[in-house]
Design a binder for this molecule. Structure first.
Ligand code: ADP
Length: 322
């Protein structure tokens, strides 16, 4: 495929309506529209860092869908894998910032365009060409996108891509906690890299303490695991290497997209490596450097409102990393 991206992200693309004032969602005086969806954010954040990235998903045939596709394109993301679905509207989420700049969400997601993503929507050539295939779990909630993600994963695996998963637990969207757990476990099985936050690790392993959870999941999956802890940074278990990297002190105004920025930071470091990424055996210092870089991207992503406007360029990250 001509000009194929290195990193292809698969999943949801939606419009976040972000409250203009902090506080309870129902008290918000007004909302500002912002493009969102975790895998789409990763694609944009990676492009901002200088990677060639692409996105696979669907939007509704409506003004918000067109706004999202334009936003991806304007940000340098390859949109050849984005379908304008004849069925279902573009999904929406309303977001407010509560205590400590942690977002609260309300989703308008019933029957939306992404529910109609099916295996035939998967641009196989784009997946096959990718060195890194990144995905979440929201596509696993409904049957058609679930089949589509499974197909994309099969194509990516066959083509020898490095599989990166951010489970991104959104319990409100799943029919039950049990279904969510099953979905998350399916998603991380076979992944080479899994990025979680502390809540997701606890949900998956039931283990008390990050170190214990990481060991249990690492032994069960063999994947490189990274757990982010907001301002504190991240803890990881990468093969036999265990460690932690402190976060960067910044003045956080909105943490939306911090995790997605972190993922993009990490994937950009991997994408810079030559050869088959599945065969990489980085030493402890290299992993520490990668995670520190990802922390810097995550930290900078909190310093401006919204996810996409706040993702830093490689030059900005370099200034922070020093
Ligand atoms: P998620 O958004 O997936 O829950 P986190 O909130 O843990 O993820 O944030 C991801 C990463 O972003 C953190 O590991 C850290 O590097 C960075 N980050 C998040 N919040 C802050 C903050 N307040 N100050 C500095 N860095 C932050």
């Amino acid at each position: 495929m001509r000009n194929a991206p290195d990193i292809v992200c698969f999943g949801e693309l939606l419009v976040d309506f972000v409250a203009t004032a902090p506080g309870a969602l129902g008290d918000a005086p007004a909302f500002v529209r912002a493009p969102g969806g975790a895998p789409a954010n990763v694609a944009v954040a990676a492009a901002r860092l200088g990677c060639r990235s692409g996105f696979i998903g669907a939007v509704g045939d409506d003004p918000f869908g067109r706004f999202l596709v334009e936003t991806l394109r304007d940000n340098g993301v390859d949109v050849r894998g984005v379908r304008v679905s004849p069925r279902g509207a573009t999904p929406l989420a309303f977001v407010s910032l509560g205590e400590g700049a942690t977002p609260d969400f309300l989703f308008y997601w019933d029957g939306t365009a992404d529910h109609h993503v099916r295996p035939g929507y998967v641009t196989a050539a784009l997946v096959r060409a990718a060195r890194i295939f990144h995905y979440g779990t929201i596509s696993l909630i409904h049957p058609a996108p679930r089949a589509a993600l499974r197909r994309a994963l099969a194509v990516a695996r066959d083509a020898g891509a490095y599989l990166s998963c951010d489970p991104n637990l959104r319990l409100k969207l799943w029919p039950s906690a049990k279904a969510a757990r099953r979905g998350l476990l399916e998603a991380i099985r076979g992944a080479h890299l899994v990025k979680m936050n502390e809540e997701e690790l606890r949900f998956l392993t039931g283990a008390r303490g990050i170190a214990r959870g990481l060991r249990a999941l690492g032994d069960a999956t063999g994947a490189a695991l990274v757990v982010t802890s907001g301002p504190r940074g991240a803890v990881y278990r990468w093969g036999k290497i265990e460690g932690e990297a402190a976060g960067f002190p910044v003045r956080a105004v909105d943490t939306t997209g911090a995790g997605d920025g972190f993922v993009a930071g990490l994937l950009s470091q991997l994408a810079a490596c030559a050869g088959d990424l599945r065969a990489l055996t980085p030493d402890a210092a290299t992993v520490a450097r990668w995670v520190r870089y990802a922390n810097a991207v995550g930290a900078l992503a909190t310093t401006r409102r919204g996810a996409i406007p706040s993702f830093p360029t490689a030059a900005r990250v370099a200034r922070l990393v020093g």
